[in-house]
Write a protein that binds this ligand. Structure first.
Ligand SMILES: NCc1[nH]cc(CCC(=O)O)c1CC(=O)O
Length: 289
């Protein structure tokens, strides 16, 4: 079996983690193959909403489709909600923290208006505006280590990142503060991984054994909401599903880029009906786009 991966430190850590989990359920030896993607090469442009178009994932997916590799490990939030029908999410392992964190020398309350916030995410920009921070937004690209370095070097005063990425890289020391999920709501799928195979792969059932079902249901509800809102949704959307026992609570916030709240919904239901919960949330939000 060959696992395709991007070459970034985060991608390699994530792939190694999945290979380790898979080695406990499959007997095949798994090798790694590094694939360069467009998202790794374009370092200057803004990234707004490009995640949904598979900037980081397409070339790796192509390598899966043309049988160059058998599987690929992606951050689930980078996987387009309308995945190529010839591909399948074979597994969703236990989710890491979905939370957003502040990386900064100064704490959140101490960052004055006009501080430079490095981000290429419309959602993060919108949440800062929603909390009336009056930051000056600066595009910030590059891998996680690079972004942290730019904060430490003073190129920008602060940035907002996924806690999951920092934890996986052992960079928790740079976390100034973790935001509550309702205060700074993450992107669909944040903190989760997806193992992608060809839709007709014989490996699907064995790979599927590393799936953590509550994590799968959480991200299913989140990604369903995103998919249902569809291309018409250019607005920043924060969404988080949380499983507790047999229940799933889906919370979603739609903002304008300027931080105005368009709509906020909470839908609760049985964990097994994650897709329905996502669809219900979409129904309640779609008129506000
Ligand atoms: N958009 C890039 C991206 N894709 C996945 C992660 C972090 C890990 C995760 O969310 O699972 C990041 C970096 C970030 O947003 O800070």
């Amino acid at each position: 079996m060959i696992a395709g991966t991007r070459g970034s430190r985060l991608a390699l850590v994530q792939t190694n983690h999945v290979i380790e989990m898979l080695s406990e359920v499959c007997k095949d030896k798994i090798e790694k193959k590094i694939i360069k993607t467009k998202g790794d090469r374009i370092r200057d442009s803004q990234l707004y909403s490009m995640d949904s178009r598979g900037l980081f994932t397409r070339e790796l997916d192509m390598a899966v489709l043309n049988e160059e590799v058998d599987l690929a490990v992606h951050s689930l939030k980078d996987v387009p909600s309308d995945l190529d029908p010839d591909l399948a999410i074979a597994a969703v392992p236990p989710r890491e923290s979905p939370a957003e964190v502040l990386v900064s020398r100064l704490d959140w309350e101490d960052l004055p208006p006009g501080s430079k916030l490095g981000t290429s995410s419309l959602r993060r920009e919108a949440f800062c505006n929603h909390h009336q921070k009056n930051f000056k937004m600066e595009p910030l690209r590059g891998n996680i280590d690079t972004r942290i370095r730019k904060v430490m070097d003073g190129e920008v005063h602060a940035t907002i990142m996924a806690e999951a990425g920092l934890k996986r890289l052992g960079l928790e020391e740079h976390i100034k503060r973790r935001f509550p999920l309702e205060y700074f709501t993450p992107a669909a799928g944040q903190g989760a991984l997806a193992v992608i195979t060809r839709a007709d792969s014989e490996l699907i059932s064995s790979i599927g054994r590393i799936t953590h079902h509550p994590s799968l249901q959480e991200v299913t509800a989140e990604k369903t909401l995103l998919r249902e809102l569809g291309a018409g949704c250019q607005c920043p959307l924060g969404v988080i599903g949380r499983a507790t026992g047999n229940q799933l609570t889906l919370y979603a916030v739609l903002l304008t880029r300027e931080g105005e709240m368009l709509r906020k919904v909470t839908i609760r239901g049985p964990l097994a009906e994650a897709e329905d919960i996502g669809k219900k949330a979409a129904k309640e939000m779609e008129d506000y786009i």
